[in-house]
Design a protein around this ligand. Structure first.
Ligand code: HEC
Length: 95
């Protein structure tokens, strides 16, 4: 009986856990921008940045207003709302 209760508890908790999963497209970023502060990559760190700053950078890259080697092209592949969701997600990663 306890096991069944535990199973229900997990099922009820699941939607909250899903909300923390990466939004669509975020996997296209995490190959270069690590999602953990303990991983060092050549690409600048997004973990620890504010969501607003990540989104602003994405929009500037997309508009060609900010010089870039790769981000201008990458940013063009995302709508503002997709970029906002990814920015929010990065901002909630532990750093
Ligand atoms: C191929 C590797 C690569 C991928 C994939 C990539 N980036 Fe980048 N990103 C970079 C590099 C390199 C820079 C530095 C600017 C430049 O040279 O283009 C950068 C810069 C940035 C910056 C500015 C950071 C700062 O310090 O101001 C943001 C924000 C950013 N990327 C977001 C993203 C997001 C969101 C995605 C996924 C949609 C993504 N990047 C995918 C390599 C990548």
């Amino acid at each position: 009986m306890k096991l069944i209760a535990a199973t229900f508890a997990i099922l009820l908790a699941a939607p909250a856990a899903w909300a923390l999963e990466a939004p669509p497209g975020a996997m296209a970023c995490s190959g270069c921008h690590a999602t953990s502060a303990s991983v060092d990559t050549p690409a600048p760190r997004l973990v620890g940045m504010k969501a607003d700053d990540i989104l602003a950078a994405m929009l500037a890259f997309r508009a060609g207003a900010r010089p870039a080697t790769v981000m201008d092209r990458i940013a063009k592949g995302f709508t503002e709302s997709e970029a906002a969701a990814i920015a929010q997600w990065y901002a909630t990663q532990p750093n």
